[in-house]
Every structure is written in C-alpha cells, then in structure tokens.
Design a protein around this ligand. Structure first.
Ligand SMILES: [Zn+2]
Length: 211
C-alpha cells in the first residue's frame, strides 16, 4: 500500500495528463487513491492540471478527515463507496469528457454495451474484440449518498470492473494501480469517442443501448 505523498504525486501527474486530454473542463472531476491510512482525494474545485499538495484531503476509509483544510467535493462519497465495494480498487479517476457526457445522455439503457472494437483488449480481462463490454449507467443525482447506494446495489449483482458512467455527467474509472486506472480511462474515453462518431455517421444505436 502506498503512502500519501506517493499517491498525491501520482495524482498530480494524472491531473496534468487528463487536463491536456481535455477530459475535465472548468475545475470539474476529482481524483483519488487508496493509501495506508485510507485514501487521498482532490478537494472541491481546483484546476486539475495545476494541482499541488495542498489541493488534497486525506480521509480514512469511513470518510473521516485525517488531514487537509480545503472543502471536500460532494462526489467524495462515491469514491469512498467504490473503495468500500471493490477491495482491489486502488485508484479512481473521475472525468467530465464530451464523449462520456453525450453518450451516457443519449443511451436509453441502464448500461452501455460496446463490442467489435480492438481497443477493448486493452482493458483488464478482455482477450477479444468479440466480447461485449458493459459499462453501467446511473442517472445523475445531486444527492450523492443516494447515487452511491444505487451503485452499491448494482455492484452486488453485477460487479463493477473498469468504471461507471453517470448520465449526462461523466465517467468514474477504477483500477488496481495508477497505471491501470490511467489505461482504463484512456481506453474507455477512446471507445466512447469511437461510438459517438459511429452514431453520428450511421444514426444507428446498438439495439441493447436503445431500450
Ligand atoms: Zn463530476
């Protein structure tokens, strides 16, 4: 388990990368990593491309503050729930990209099914483009405690593997370390962009995503 300073350094680097990719406009999103004392998470607001050590809070795994004076984001609760639900999750990156926002908005189903893309194989657990990748979609809710409960209920029957989409809002990507979560985020964002382009050209939504 990594210490707080290492985790914060990795998240600062991730912030610069995600910002360059334009997946977090206008201080949106938040990043966290599990540490030996609980987890560290970005405070509310802040340009994620310009993070410094003081833009982080340290919390225990019940959400109790251990260090940091900045205001916590309301979305902290969903990070906390993901760590409680998925013991192997070490890092969560939450982004607000155009593709994730629009695709989750226009997909009627409670999950986004993707198949046929070679890049699916870059996600842990996938060996073929013929497998179906299902990313759950939850309706956006300003009551994050309620949203977290829905995510928890879902996880009981369909374990969350790579991440979840919040409708019209963005993506929470999870991974077993910083490298894996960055890969999951990049692959999912790539696939969302491909699917959005495909929809724009063909106007045809995959049948599973339209009900
Ligand atoms: Zn958000």
């Amino acid at each position: 388990m990594q210490n707080n300073n290492t985790a914060i350094s990795q998240l600062i680097e991730a912030g610069k990368w995600v910002s360059q990719k334009e997946w977090i406009p206008a201080t949106g999103g938040n990043f966290s990593a599990r540490t030996e004392s609980g987890f560290v998470i970005t405070a509310s607001g802040q340009d994620k491309g310009k993070l410094t050590n003081e833009h982080f809070l340290q919390l225990d795994l019940q959400g109790k503050p251990l260090a940091g004076t900045k205001k916590r984001s309301a979305e902290t609760q969903l990070h906390l729930s993901l760590y409680q639900l998925i013991p192997e999750a070490q890092c969560v990156l939450h982004t607000h990209s155009v593709a994730a926002t629009v695709l989750s908005q226009i997909t009627k189903s409670h999950k986004l099914d993707l198949t046929g893309y070679e890049m699916q194989k870059a996600l842990s657990g996938f060996t073929s483009h013929l497998e179906t990748l299902s990313i759950p979609i939850f309706n956006n809710d300003q009551d994050i405690d309620h949203l977290s409960l829905l995510v928890s209920d879902h996880h009981l029957h369909t374990p969350i593997e790579h991440g979840v989409l919040i409708r019209g809002h963005g993506l929470y990507a999870v991974g077993r370390n910083i490298d894996e979560v960055r890969r999951h985020l990049e692959v999912l964002e790539f696939l969302f962009s491909c699917e959005l382009e495909r929809l724009k050209i063909t106007g045809i939504q995959a049948s599973n995503n339209n009900k």
